[in-house]
Design a protein around this ligand. Sequence first.
Ligand code: PMP
Length: 305
Amino acid sequence: MKESKYIWKNGNFINWQDATTHVLTHALHYGTGVFEGIRAYQTPQGPAIFKAQEHYKRLHDSAKIYGMTLTYSVDELIDVTKELLTKNELSSGYIRPLAYYGYKVMGLNPRPNPIDTIIAAWEWGTYLGDEGIEKGIRCKMSSWTRLDSRIMPPLAKATANYANSALAKMEALDCGYDEAILLNSNGTIAEGPGENIFVIVGNTIYTPPASDCALMGITAKSAATIAEDLGYKVVYKSLIRDELFLADELFFTGTAAEITPIREIDGRQIGNGKRGPVTEAIQTTFFKAVKGELSQYKNWLTYCK
Ligand code: PMP
């Protein structure tokens, strides 16, 4: 990973190498933390944070679900992020805020521990590869089930939830695929380990609702807005695996994955086996929007200065 100069921790900018933690940090043992993944894109007016307000609101929502009271407000965290990008001289990059129970007392109750808050930012390219963005990726239906709200809250972006995602990701890679797709415990489609999924059939685009245990993705919402603006109908509904196999086009959305076409699932070609025209149109608009080239989406961006 490409290191930056500074990481912000509990109110201070510290050197990247000094951003360490005690081995008895509560979150390290019990996964008691909430986090975000945000991108900043290069624009003519300097780096722009994509949907900053929405991401930090979701961080607070994740904390609320876990009964955690965060130390810093949405606006404070946005201000820190702007300053961090500037200090690290990043023209674009990935931003990782994390609030976690720190080091004081062991045992399952996290609350006697302090809440530590960090924000890191570094240069990061495409998550599923430049080729993936253009040509599409190959996915495996996971043998792991996406956690449901009787077990872990799927709408929280909590560190503990990602053991489930990591298992699915490793399995897909071990089987020679690029990414996994997980069913929920009702047997309908949930999402990827770090991505929402969209299914295109004619002029209609389907995606699973929150009740199917998909994280409410901020990129997904942006893709849905773009799709509607382009004249497509977007429908939130439960989907079965067969509907993925028979789709004209499929794509993933996510902060890391951005908009990535899916060209194969478990050896079955999806559509024409390439990035389809609807996916391409949504992708093109998305990449223009995040780079500040489209005035209708300018309120999606927060500039550092
Ligand atoms: N689902 C999961 C499980 C994720 O981790 C992510 C990435 N945050 C997403 C979906 C996509 O969400 P977003 O577009 O807000 O990054």
